[in-house]
Design a protein around this ligand. Structure first.
Ligand SMILES: Cc1cc2nc3c(=O)[nH]c(=O)nc-3n(C[C@H](O)[C@H](O)[C@H](O)COP(=O)(O)OP(=O)(O)OC[C@H]3O[C@@H](n4cnc5c(N)ncnc54)[C@H](O)[C@@H]3O)c2cc1C
Length: 391
């Protein structure tokens, strides 16, 4: 006989595990199915930068809520997240000056500790940063980064402590319906019943939606991350930097490493098969991004390349997620397509999604902005920058 749950989640990334934690805490009998292991998708390879710099109020509030969880992780969730507070700096040229200023004003209005800073302030924070082409900078003292694998495992363990069941190495191969209602899922060997099924499959989100015959605009896109070992005289950690002028981000990693990646909208064009893509770093990428980072942070010119990897973003047309019931009143939901910036939103995302699944009428974070129909309604999420990942 099929095992029965109140809710089934497909995918044990940060969203699946955070949602499972929130549901299990409410006494919902929840099962999570994961084709690999915790963090098998985007989460486990995330740069895991935690900043509140967003263009819209909802994501800014979600980032702030999540920051508080990362700051008090052991109390709020249990276990560790590896959160390291280094501060966060956003750098803009004339093109993005107005956007940066508007964002900082909005962020302050929702309670985020952030400010525009002067060239002298910036020099004090990061003396080795080149400011030659800068017009504006903003700073968040509370920004930093976490350890994504620690975080997702802690969320899973917390969910389990509250009664959630995890099926690892168990791929969901079908979503089952009786008429218009979802009734469960199937794997290669079994079926499992539940009146609620959540597609939290990240870069596989479109595939899982297709199991129910639904097309969703989520592309699985290959992106790269590389590391530079800083010279010994620059071994101390540095703040997270998002450089809108050179379309890069970089942050300290443990030891004397700097982790670097792109914020290039072109990354949306690198669509790949999520089960069959090149996970190795392109040698050219190290040279190209190295040049872009050196312009801002000349210390890197004297660093050694320390490898890197390629991983997947789940990218939607406006670089914001789909959080919705995919077929009205069916019980089949989605929370996927976090487009390269969902890690930091994980704690609030779990709350938003659990509220949606349990029908909370006045949720702290309404998913309306992330509804699937926004594209058909020509009402996509918009931001202040062409770099939608920062929007
Ligand atoms: C290189 C890189 C850098 C990033 N940097 C940042 C950053 O600095 N800050 C930030 O906030 N975000 C960042 N992100 C984005 C962030 O990591 C993602 O938005 C977030 O992890 C998405 O979580 P998720 O749970 O939606 O998806 P995922 O973590 O991808 O989880 C989906 C899970 O579903 C499973 N799955 C798929 N299909 C099935 C199936 N049929 N059956 C069972 N299981 C299935 C997969 O194995 C996977 O584990 C980055 C991402 C990458 C790749």
């Amino acid at each position: 006989m099929a095992q029965t749950f109140d809710a089934i989640i497909i995918g044990a990334g940060i969203m699946g595990c955070s949602t499972a934690f929130q549901l299990a805490k409410r006494g919902v009998k929840v099962a999570v199915f994961e084709k690999g292991y915790y963090g098998n998708g985007s989460t486990g390879r995330s740069s895991a930068i935690i900043r509140q710099h967003y263009s819209n109020e909802l994501t800014a509030r979600m980032a702030l809520h999540s920051l508080r969880v990362f700051e008090n992780f052991d109390d709020a969730v249990g276990g560790e997240s590896g959160f390291t507070k280094t501060g966060f700096i956003a750098l803009a040229s004339a093109k993005d000056k107005a956007g940066l200023e508007a964002n900082v004003a909005m962020q302050k209005s929702v309670g985020i500790r952030t400010d525009l800073i002067s060239a002298d302030d910036l020099r004090r924070l990061m003396p080795d940063l080149s400011q030659h082409d800068l017009v504006e900078a903003a700073y968040e003292p509370d920004g930093g980064y976490a350890d994504p694998n620690l975080t997702v495992t802690s969320f899973a363990n917390a969910a389990k402590r509250h009664g959630a069941t995890f099926f690892l190495d168990t791929e969901v191969t079908g979503v089952r319906f009786a008429g218009d209602r979802v009734v469960g899922i199937s794997t290669r060997s079994d079926t499992f019943d539940a009146p609620i099924v959540l597609n939290a499959a990240g870069p596989w989100g479109a595939r899982v939606a297709k199991m129910a015959g639904i097309d969703v605009p989520i592309n699985s896109c290959r992106v790269q991350v590389t590391f530079f070992r800083r010279p010994p005289e620059h071994a101390d950690p540095h703040p997270v930097v998002v450089d809108f002028v050179n379309a890069t981000y970089f942050r300290s990693e443990t030891g004397d490493l700097t982790l670097a990646g792109l914020i290039d909208p072109e990354e949306a064009n690198a669509v790949v098969d999520p089960d069959n893509f090149n996970e190795q770093l392109d040698p050219d990428f190290v040279l190209e991004i190295g040049e872009q980072v050196v312009v801002r942070y000349p210390v890197i010119e004297h660093s050694h390349s320390a490898g890197g990897y390629a991983a997947l973003y789940a990218v939607t047309p406006d670089w914001h997620p789909l959080v919705d019931e995919l077929i009205p009143d069916s019980g089949f939901f989605i929370s996927a397509g976090f487009s390269g910036h969902g890690f930091k939103l994980g704690p609030a995302g779990g709350l938003m999604i659990a509220d949606m699944l349990t029908g909370v009428s006045d949720p702290e974070f309404s998913p309306h902005l992330f509804r699937l129909n926004r594209y058909a309604e020509n009402d996509p999420v918009t931001g202040q920058y062409e770099y939608s990942i920062a929007g």
